[in-house]
Ligand binder design. Structure first.
Ligand code: ACO
Length: 326
């Protein structure tokens, strides 16, 4: 039995928001944003676009890249913190929009770590032979949960979705999933949250006035926790797999901030092989790792057998590192 990632895809909406555009909305500057985050542009969806629309396009591209059709998919998992609605799940909406036949479809929520949480779940389900071909999507329309008057957060985020097709084959013994650490610490959740909208804080005018339905973040604390969690998890995973940093072909850390990526890369000893595209997309939450994988895949920079070290960190607080074999 073998399990492999056989298709990748991503989608971003057309509209680009530059740092100069943001200078007109809040008290900030291109110089500050670039020097503190590395971000130059981000893509922002139209109001009428839902997360499922972003996810559908990404999913379609990944299925085509795998050389399959929607009829081949028997599991749909969508990671998102911005579902179309509380119910039905965005996964079932994407299933319908893509024309995937009836099969198991559900959402998961682990914020920016969501795609890596999803890979762990999908891998386990395929390994247990419950399903054969999974479509895993990380997608978020963060512009809809952004406080556009808060300069410390509104400069960071972009809208996007990315998708992976993961398949179990009965030939060969290849398994893309080499080693992982997937974890959470709910005791520190207050540093990064959208406090309102759910059962603990139902929709109200007071909530709207207090920006309870938008991302609230302690930036410096989140920065510090992101660096510590991702670097420790990377080192633990490499140790588990008996792999040294010179054996890693590519490293992909969640694209939240260029300085976070550099700090993790330095600590893990992989600065020369760390992939970066945060300048173009900003922080796209659970889409970010899949966008990097797709860009590497389509540009022919991945060779069969390459070891790819991935790491993510997000609200929860959640984090993960996964060592993947291409
Ligand atoms: N433009 C100009 N000045 C700004 C801006 C801005 N956009 N934002 C903040 N500042 C100011 C602050 O007000 C502060 O001013 P003061 O010293 O007069 O009080 C000063 O810049 C420094 O603020 P800090 O917050 O300390 O700046 P820092 O260097 O930490 O950068 C940032 C802020 C970019 C948010 C950084 O902390 C960061 O990237 N944190 C991590 C974000 C992240 O990774 N999130 C991931 C998860 S998101 C998710 O899960 C959905």
């Amino acid at each position: 039995m073998g399990i492999r990632i056989i298709g990748t895809g991503y989608y971003v909406p057309e509209r680009v928001l530059t740092n100069s555009d943001l200078e007109k909305i809040v008290d900030t500057s291109d110089e500050w944003i670039q020097s503190r985050t590395g971000i130059r542009t981000r893509h922002i969806a139209e109001e009428s676009t839902a997360t499922s629309d972003l996810a559908m396009h990404a999913g379609q591209r990944a299925i085509e890249n795998a050389g399959l059709t929607p009829a081949d998919i028997d599991l749909v998992v969508v990671s998102t913190i911005t579902p179309d609605s509380p119910t039905p799940s965005t996964a079932t909406i994407v299933q319908r929009k893509l024309g995937i036949p009836p099969c198991m479809a559900f959402d998961i929520e682990a914020a920016c770590t969501g795609l890596l949480y999803g890979l762990d779940i999908v891998h386990a389900m395929l390994a247990a032979k419950h399903r054969k071909t999974a479509l895993l999507i990380g997608g978020d329309k963060l512009s809809g949960v952004t406080n556009w008057t808060d300069r410390s957060t509104c400069i960071l985020f972009g809208d996007a979705a990315s998708a992976l097709v993961v398949q179990r084959t009965d030939e060969g013994d290849e398994d893309f999933y080499v080693a992982s650490e997937v974890s959470a610490n709910g005791y520190e959740a207050g540093f990064l949250q959208i406090p309102g909208f759910g059962s603990a804080c139902p929709p109200s005018q007071e909530g709207i006035d207090a920006h309870a339905y938008t991302i609230q973040m302690n930036g410096p604390k989140t920065f510090q926790m992101a660096v510590i969690s991702m670097s420790n998890a990377c080192r633990n995973v490499m140790e588990k797999a008996h792999v040294t940093h010179d054996q890693i072909s590519w490293a992909i850390a969640h694209q939240a901030n260029d300085r976070i990526i550099s700090a993790v890369a330095d600590r893990v000893g992989i600065s020369d092989r760390i992939y970066r595209n945060v300048a173009r997309f900003g922080n796209t939450s659970s889409a970010s790792i899949g966008i990097c994988l797709d860009e590497l895949n389509r540009s022919g920079q991945l060779k069969r057998g390459d070891l790819i070290l991935t790491a993510a960190f997000g609200a929860g607080l959640t984090w993960a590192a996964e060592l993947l074999r291409w």
